[in-house]
Design a protein around this ligand. Structure first.
Ligand SMILES: NC(=O)c1ccc[n+]([C@@H]2O[C@H](COP(=O)([O-])OP(=O)(O)OC[C@H]3O[C@@H](n4cnc5c(N)ncnc54)[C@H](OP(=O)(O)O)[C@@H]3O)[C@@H](O)[C@H]2O)c1
Length: 277
C-alpha cells in the first residue's frame, strides 16, 4: 500500500462524507492533511480528529466554486503546508433531476464545483506537485461511465473531469512530468450526498459501502498507479459492457429505471409536451 507517512496531502470537501473519511484515514497512516470546505463547524470537528494523529494538519474554510479565489487558495495551501505531495479533488455536489427539469443556475453550479473548480485547483498546484513528484486524485463517480437515470448534468460533470484527467495524463507524460493522475470512481458509499435537499430520491438499489471504503481505493490508486479505480471494484467491468453495445446498455438502463420507479410506486417522469396518462 502507498506509504503516506510524512506526505502533505490536500483533501477538498473534507467537512463530511468521503473527504472526512479520507482525511482521517490518511492522518491515521501518518500524513499531514490539509482540509477545506465551506462549513467551518463541520470542518473543525473533522480537523480535531485528524490532529490527534497528525498535529501539523490544518484546515481552510473556502468556497471552491469561487473560481477567482482558487489561485490564492492554492498558494496559501503550499505556503502553509510547506509544499504538497498529493492533491485529492473530492469536493462536489450531486444533482438528481430529470434532464429537462434542471434550472440554468444549478447546471452552472454543478459544472463549476464538480468540473471547473478541480481543473483550476489542479493547474494552480501543478508546479508544487511537480517539485515533489506528486500525484493528483480526482474523485469522480461511476456516473461518469454509466449514464445513470435522473443524473444527466451530474454525470456530464463527472465524465468531464474524467476526460480532463485522461488528457492531463497525456500532456504531463509528453512533457516528461513526474506528476501522476488518477480518477477514483465511487459507486454508492454511505454519505450525506443521498440526503441533500433539492434532489430527486436516488434510484440506486445496491447496498452502500461505508464511506471509509474510499481510503483503500485512493491508497490503491496512489500505489499501483492505474489511471482509473472503481469502488466497489466490480463497477469497473461495466464500461466495457456499455462500450460493446451502447444502444443495448441504454435500453437496459431505461428498463431498470422503469422497474425501480414501479417498485417504489413513484410516478414516471413526464416531459411537458407529454400528457400524463
Ligand atoms: N457518496 C457516494 O456514493 C458518491 C458516489 C459517487 C461520487 N461521489 C463523489 O464524492 C465526492 C464527495 O461526496 P460525498 O458523498 O462525501 O458527499 P458529501 O458528504 O456531501 O461531501 C461533499 C463535500 O464537498 C464539499 N463541498 C461542496 N461544495 C463545495 C464548495 N463550493 N466549496 C468547498 N467544498 C464544497 C462539502 O463541504 P461543505 O458543504 O462544507 O462546503 C463536503 O465536504 C463528491 O465529488 C461526489 O460527487 C460520491
Amino acid at each position: 500500500m502507498y506509504d503516506v507517512e510524512g506526505k502533505r496531502i490536500l483533501v477538498t470537501g473534507a467537512s463530511s462524507g468521503l473527504g472526512a473519511a479520507l482525511a482521517t484515514g490518511l492522518a491515521e497512516r501518518g500524513a499531514t492533511v490539509g482540509l477545506c470546505a465551506r462549513r467551518a463547524d463541520r470542518l473543525a470537528d473533522v480537523l480535531a480528529g485528524v490532529q490527534v494523529h497528525a498535529p501539523e494538519s490544518r484546515s481552510w474554510t473556502v468556497d471552491l466554486s469561487d473560481l477567482d479565489g482558487v489561485d490564492d487558495f492554492a498558494a496559501r495551501v503550499v505556503d502553509e503546508l510547506g509544499g504538497l505531495d498529493v492533491l485529492v479533488n473530492n469536493a462536489g455536489i450531486p444533482k438528481r433531476r430529470w434532464a429537462w427539469d434542471h434550472r440554468p443556475d444549478e447546471i452552472a453550479d454543478v459544472l463549476r464545483i464538480n468540473l471547473e473548480s478541480p481543473i483550476r485547483l489542479t493547474l494552480a498546484l501543478l508546479d508544487a506537485l511537480g517539485a515533489n513528484s506528486g500525484q493528483v486524485v480526482f474523485i469522480g463517480s461511476v456516473a461518469a461511465r454509466l449514464s445513470p437515470p435522473c443524473e444527466s448534468v451530474y454525470a456530464a460533470s463527472k465524465a468531464g473531469i474524467t476526460a480532463f484527467a485522461e488528457g492531463l495524463t497525456v500532456d504531463l507524460r509528453v512533457a516528461g512530468s513526474p506528476v501522476g493522475v488518477h480518477v477514483v470512481q465511487p459507486g454508492v458509499l454511505d454519505t450525506e450526498l443521498f440526503d441533500l435537499p433539492d434532489n430527486e430520491r436516488s434510484l440506486a438499489d445496491i447496498e452502500a459501502l461505508p464511506a471509509s471504503a474510499i481510503v483503500d481505493a485512493v491508497l490503491g490508486a496512489l500505489q499501483d498507479k492505474p489511471i482509473e479505480v472503481f469502488v466497489p471494484e466490480w463497477f469497473g467491468d461495466l464500461p466495457a459492457t456499455k462500450a460493446g453495445d451502447l444502444d443495448g446498455f441504454l435500453a437496459g438502463s431505461v428498463m431498470y429505471t422503469r422497474q425501480r420507479l414501479e417498485a417504489e410506486s413513484r410516478p414516471f417522469p413526464t416531459r411537458p409536451e407529454v400528457a400524463p396518462s
